[in-house]
Design a protein around this ligand. Structure first.
Ligand code: CP
Ligand code: NVA
Length: 310
């Protein structure tokens, strides 16, 4: 039962709950395509706190809320008293008196946890430095669409920086029983605790999770290759240094020769062509990448409907 719950991490969801979100997202997508409205959140309001920039998360949550019959409020850190130092625990208790749910994008994952602890309405993680659960649930939906519903026989390779996306891929693939090989430089591995938790989760589903330094080895026979920016939000000052370190991890046509011949390449966006992905590979996979972007809308509608409805 997701009703009334927070969604901070895929790790906190059961295998069945992940399945429920993906199935409901697919259903909502079909309904939207045939023009059937589902006003399940009529009269509800979502507050969206942004302490970092966003295109997809902001627009898809806001539009999703309207499509479900509710309202969404964009709450920028620049305007909130939170940005002037009002404690997050006070903000949580105040917003709980007005709203029916909160989506937050911020830096430290502890901020989201603190918000959720003090709010008595569902809190949804719209990205932290540690995790990006809505994006990875979306990616699983997109993989189902492009590769079929049985995810257990698929191999994903993540190539690049061991960041919030990598951590959430570990949690997401563990819940659906996929094979995931992560290739990062040795000093940029995914979060150690997340990896440990994901390996525990994997025991339930038979998922096969591993790390390797060599990107060519990682993508061998991969059905899906994913990458993400080499410098996440908050790491802008390290950008030049990171460009040098990560150069061998670029997703380009040479690397993909090692993958399955029907490989698809995914990217959560924004993409930096010429860095983590070449323009050629990006454009050859644009049909998948923009399905992935669109699916944020459907997946988050499912998450909001399941957690926020009466
Ligand atoms: N992928 C993603 O979360 O995009 P935004 O940063 O634009 O929200
Ligand atoms: N890893 C990236 C994801 C952006 C959606 C970042 O945190 O900036």
């Amino acid at each position: 039962m997701l009703k009334g719950r927070d969604l901070l991490s895929i790790h906190e969801l059961s295998v069945d709950e992940v399945d429920e979100i993906l199935n409901f997202a697919a259903e909502l997508k079909t309904m939207q395509k045939i023009g059937v409205e589902h006003k399940i959140l009529s009269g509800k309001t979502l507050g969206m706190i942004f302490e970092k920039s966003s295109t997809r998360t902001r627009v898809s949550f806001e539009v999703g809320m309207y499509q479900l019959g509710g309202n969404a409020l964009f709450l920028s850190n620049r305007d909130l008293q939170l940005g002037r130092g009002e404690p997050i625990k006070d903000t949580a208790r105040v917003l709980s008196r007005y709203l029916d749910g909160i989506m937050i994008r911020t830096f430290g994952h502890d901020r989201v946890e603190e918000l959720a602890k003090y709010a008595d309405i569902p809190v949804i993680n719209g990205l932290t430095d540690l995790l990006h659960p809505c994006q990875v649930l979306t990616d699983l939906l997109t993989i189902r669409e492009h590769k079929g519903k049985n995810l257990k026989n698929l191999k994903m390779a993540y190539v690049g920086d061991g960041n919030n996306m990598t951590n959430s891929y570990l949690y997401g693939t563990a819940k659906v029983g996929m094979t995931l090989t992560v290739a990062t430089p040795a000093n940029y591995k995914p979060n150690e605790e997340v990896f440990k938790n994901a390996l525990e989760d994997a025991k339930e589903t038979g998922a096969n999770l591993s790390w390797i330094e060599n990107p060519n080895e990682a993508v061998k026979n991969a059905d899906i290759v994913v990458t993400d920016t080499w410098a996440s939000m908050g790491q802008e000052a390290e950008h030049d240094e990171r460009k040098k370190i990560f150069a061998p991890y670029q997703v380009n046509s040479e690397l993909l020769k090692n993958a399955d011949k029907n490989v698809i390449v995914m990217h959560c966006l924004p993409a930096y062509r010429g860095e983590e992905i070449t323009d050629e590979v990006f454009e050859a996979n644009a049909h998948v990448i923009f399905d992935e972007a669109e699916n944020r809308l459907h997946t988050q509608k499912a998450i909001m409907a399941l957690t926020m409805s009466d």
